[in-house]
Write a protein that binds this ligand. Structure first.
Ligand SMILES: [Zn+2]
Length: 166
């Protein structure tokens, strides 16, 4: 497991969810002030993900790692993060964190453990589920997984086109 960890600003909620799906520990709270984000990054070594040039510049002045996101589509945003930090853009549910709360997921093969939290059709169709060890949400590789793969595939193809310093 790589040790890159992130903190996303209020505009980067969707990126934060994706980083968690990719397995990266990512803090996000849309009520964080700029000051809190800078202080947390300073204390924990997290990389700041921001759409705010002012915050980015303040972070850089303090010697903190920060990625200033300039694009709008999530595929492009993920490519920007990858180009500047070297994160991998392939999702493996065994490595993912909870997109909602950043909690680690636990793999579950025993359907009786998730039967109250999963629709009957999914319970029948899948044998592997992932429970968030913090909030208790349950995930599985359902139809949406193809969409996740598609978006990440597009993000990967964009990385090489993005230039700039890490
Ligand atoms: Zn959770």
């Amino acid at each position: 497991m790589e040790d890159k960890r992130f903190i996303a600003d209020a505009m980067m909620g969707e990126v934060a969810r994706w980083l968690r799906i990719l397995g990266y520990d990512t803090l996000y709270n849309r009520n964080y002030t700029d000051y809190q984000i800078l202080r947390i990054a300073e204390k924990t070594g997290r990389i700041i993900i921001t759409g705010d040039r002012g915050l980015h510049n303040r972070a850089r002045k303090r010697g903190l790692r920060s990625v200033y996101i300039t694009s709008h589509r999530v595929e492009e945003r993920l490519a920007e993060v990858a180009a500047r930090t070297g994160i991998r853009l392939d999702a493996d549910p065994d490595r993912s964190r909870c997109p909602e709360c950043n909690g680690p997921l636990r793999r579950v093969e025993d359907k009786s453990l998730v039967k109250d939290k999963v629709p009957p059709r999914a319970l029948e169709a899948y044998n592997t589920f992932y429970i968030c060890t913090v909030c208790g949400r349950v995930y599985w590789r359902g139809g949406h997984w193809r969409n996740i793969e598609r978006i990440l595939g597009e993000a990967r193809s964009l990385v090489s086109r993005i230039q700039g310093p890490r």
